[in-house]
Ligand binder design. Structure first.
Ligand code: NAP
Length: 256
C-alpha cells in the first residue's frame, strides 16, 4: 500500500498507460481521479475502470476535461479536493501522437499536439503544484514523457518536441518546487502497445523490427509503466527529483 492516504490525479486514464497506472495506484491504496476528454466513450471507459477499482475496495472518481485547455488543471484539482480533500500526486499522462510527415504538416495537427501534450499540461502542473503548496506537505508530480524526448522520428516532428518539453518542465519545476517538498520527475516509456501506435504496429514487419531491436525482446505493456510511476509517486522515492526514468526494455541503449 505504497500510496495509502494519497490522492492521485491521472490524466488520460481511460485507456493505455493511464488506465494501467490509475489501476495500480488504486491497488496501492491511492484515491484516484481518472480524467478523460469528456465524450460518451470516455465516460463509459472511466465508469468501467471505477467499477474494477471498487471490486478490491479502492476509491476513484472521474472527470471529463480536455487536457489541451489551460483551465483543465484547476477543474481537476477542484474535483479532487472536493471529493477526497487533497492532491498529493499528479500524473500528467494524457497525450496524442497523430503520425504525420514533416514537409506537409498541417498547422492544426501541430497545434493540437502541442496544446494537448504541453500547453494544457503546463497549466495543470501549475494548478496541482499550487494545491500541494497550500496543503504544505509536499507532493509528487510525474510527467509521462517518452523515449522520444531523447531521439527523433520523421513522422513525429510535432510530437517529440512536446515530450522533450514536458521533461524539461519537470526539471525546471523540480528546482522551482523543491523548497515546498514537491518532487517532479519524468517517466520515459519506450514502445508500449496501446491505441496510440496500434495503426503503426498493425504492420507486422514494423512491429517485428521494434521487438528485435529491444533487448527484452517484446513490446512494452501499459502495466510495465505503472510500477515505475507508483515508485516515483511514493515516499520510497522521497529523494528523487528532476530525474527521468527510461522504461523501454533496453531499446535506447541498443545501437545495432
Ligand atoms: P492511448 O492508449 O491513446 O491513451 C491516451 C489517453 O489520453 C486516453 O485515455 C485518452 O482519453 C487521453 N486523452 C487524449 N487526448 C486527450 C485530451 N485532449 N483530453 C483528455 N484526455 C485525452 O495512449 P498511451 O500510449 O497510453 O499514451 C499515454 C501517454 O504515454 C502519452 O502522453 C504518450 O505520449 C505517452 N507515451 C506512450 C508510448 C507508447 O508507446 N504507447 C511511448 C512513450 C510515451 P480518451 O479516451 O478520453 O480519448
Amino acid at each position: 500500500m505504497l500510496l495509502e492516504n494519497k490522492t492521485v490525479i491521472v490524466t488520460g486514464a481511460t485507456r493505455g498507460i493511464g488506465r494501467a497506472t490509475a489501476l495500480e495506484c488504486a491497488r496501492q491504496g491511492g484515491r484516484v481521479v481518472i480524467t478523460h476528454i469528456g465524450d460518451a466513450q470516455g465516460v463509459g471507459d472511466a465508469e468501467s475502470l471505477i467499477k474494477e477499482i471498487q471490486t478490491f475496495g479502492g476509491q476513484a472518481i472521474h472527470v471529463g476535461a480536455d487536457a489541451a485547455a489551460p483551465e483543465t488543471g484547476e477543474k481537476l484539482v477542484a474535483a479532487a479536493v472536493e471529493v477526497f480533500g487533497s492532491v498529493d500526486v499528479f500524473v500528467n499522462n494524457a497525450g496524442i501522437c497523430p503520425f504525420h510527415s514533416f514537409l506537409d504538416m498541417p498547422q492544426e495537427v501541430y497545434l493540437k499536439t502541442i496544446n494537448t501534450n504541453l500547453t494544457g499540461p503546463y497549466f495543470a502542473v501549475q494548478a496541482a503544484a499550487n494545491q500541494m503548496k497550500r496543503q504544505g506537505s509536499g507532493g509528487s508530480i510525474i510527467a509521462i514523457s517518452s523515449i522520444s524526448a531523447l531521439v527523433g522520428g520523421a513522422m513525429q516532428t510535432h510530437y517529440t518536441p512536446t515530450k522533450a518539453g514536458i521533461h524539461s518542465l519537470m526539471q525546471s519545476c523540480a528546482i522551482a518546487l523543491g523548497p515546498y517538498g514537491i518532487r517532479c520527475n519524468s517517466v520515459m516509456p519506450g514502445s508500449i502497445a496501446t491505441d496510440i501506435n496500434k495503426d503503426d504496429f498493425s504492420n507486422p514487419a514494423k512491429k517485428q523490427y521494434m521487438v528485435q531491436r529491444t533487448p527484452l525482446a517484446r513490446l512494452g505493456q501499459p502495466e510495465d509503466i505503472a510500477g515505475p510511476v507508483v515508485f516515483l509517486a511514493s515516499d520510497m522515492a522521497r529523494y528523487v527529483t528532476g530525474a527521468a526514468l527510461l522504461v523501454d526494455g533496453g531499446l535506447f541503449v541498443n545501437l545495432q
